[in-house]
Design a protein around this ligand. Structure first.
Ligand code: ATP
Ligand code: MG
Length: 360
């Protein structure tokens, strides 16, 4: 029997609620396969800071080091509440970025997917959705502005100022490009390279390295697109995309837009892959506005489990079952509050009920 250790970082806001549903799914997978999952819960995020004074405590680091994979809920506080935590201990700066850096999880895969049959969830018109939206954002996750130098102070003129640097070297760009091309060659062999080379020098190097890597994948068609144009195109004609590759900040913004065109951020799982370790998390934040109400959509977290099964444990068939089970709940006319607008004909169920139906 295979044994896998999974670190469970439930996080803040809706994190614990949607993590509980993902854990239910893991238990079912375990019951019917020759596999055992040892779940290792650990504190991470604002909750960890309030408990221990650190958003990413040593003990959590040790658990993550030991684990075969990490399942991570969203972290963070509301804008107002975040003022209660010193700036460098805030969950994103004090936990999320250090987690990404620790395991060098440079490749973030964010599927943006909605079959035609669920087109009613989307704010887009049926003719825009066509045969369905099915694209993957490949986001560089350990470079760029997020990991540059950061400085705040008062300048010689007595004015408050900030300085943040955006840095990539060619090896960082090459490795994310290789991941994107590899994925594109397994899918529709179409890669949109998202950049802003008319303004940013970082994009000039980005594009140069992309062209070098492209030589190894002659069967993949590359389309270069400015990030601002891509934002429009995602709304007007999302079906033109298959794999989109972009730097860290662009990926953050366009993936939230990806959630928008599907109808909810709750439909956005992701995988964050490094050379030796991977972690899995929803693409969205901790949604403090709906926390504790049993109304959050756990699809993003359960989908992250599916990505874990496939990428970390080679359990592709069970991953497919998980996706199919969630689609089945939707097909039966149920969903959580985010996707069941009045008059849409969708029956609203709670977070827990959604998890139960997936398990069923
Ligand atoms: P972050 O900066 O951490 O990405 P954000 O500012 O982008 O956070 P989110 O917390 O991701 O904001 O969520 C924005 C809104 O989307 C939430 O306030 C909530 O209403 C909705 N939302 C996000 N995730 C879910 C979910 N799983 N189910 C239902 N609604 C969600
Ligand atoms: Mg966000």
């Amino acid at each position: 029997m295979k044994n896998y250790k999974i670190a469970i970082l439930a996080g803040d806001g809706i994190g614990p609620e949607i993590t509980a549903e993902a854990v239910k799914v893991l238990k079912v997978i375990e019951e019917r396969n020759d596999v055992s999952f040892e779940l290792l819960p650990a504190a991470f995020g604002a909750c960890a800071y309030f408990e221990s004074g650190s958003a990413f405590p040593h003990q959590t680091k040790a658990i993550c080091d030991e684990a075969d994979a990490i399942l991570k809920g969203p972290i963070g506080l509301s804008h107002e509440d975040s003022k209660r935590i010193p700036i460098d201990e805030q969950p994103e700066r004090g936990a999320l970025l250090p987690l990404r850096r620790r395991y060098n999880t440079y490749a973030n895969f964010r599927p943006v997917s909605l079959p035609k049959s669920l087109g009613h969830f989307s704010p887009l018109k049926a003719e825009v959705i066509g045969e369905g939206i099915d694209l993957v954002i490949v986001r560089e996750l350990v470079g760029g502005l997020y990991f540059g130098e950061k400085e705040m102070g008062v300048n010689d003129a007595g004015l408050r100022y900030v300085r943040e640097t955006l840095e990539y070297d060619e090896s960082q760009i090459r490795q994310i490009m290789q991941q994107a091309f590899k994925l594109a060659s397994k899918r529709r062999k179409l890669l949109h390279n998202i950049h802003k080379s008319n303004v940013l020098k970082s994009s000039v190097l980005w594009n140069e390295v992309m062209e070098e890597v492209a030589k190894d994948y002659p069967d993949v068609q590359v389309v270069n697109m400015l990030v601002d144009a891509a934002a429009t195109a995602l709304c007007l004609k999302p079906t033109q995309f298959d794999v989109m590759v972009m730097e860290n900040m662009f990926g953050d913004i366009l993936s939230d837009q990806g959630g928008g065109i599907l109808g909810s951020l709750g439909l956005m799982p992701s995988a964050c892959i490094g050379p030796d370790k991977a972690y899995y998390e929803p693409s969205h934040g901790s949604a403090p506005d709906i926390a504790g109400k049993n109304i959050a959509n756990p699809y993003s977290m359960i989908g992250s489990v599916a990505m874990m099964l496939e990428n970390s444990f080679d359990m592709e068939a069970e991953a497919k079952n998980v996706w199919a089970a969630m689609q089945g709940v939707f097909a039966d006319g149920y969903s959580t509050a985010d996707l069941s607008k009045p008059g849409s004909g969708v029956t609203m169920i709670s977070t827990v009920e959604f998890g139960d139906k997936v398990v069923e």
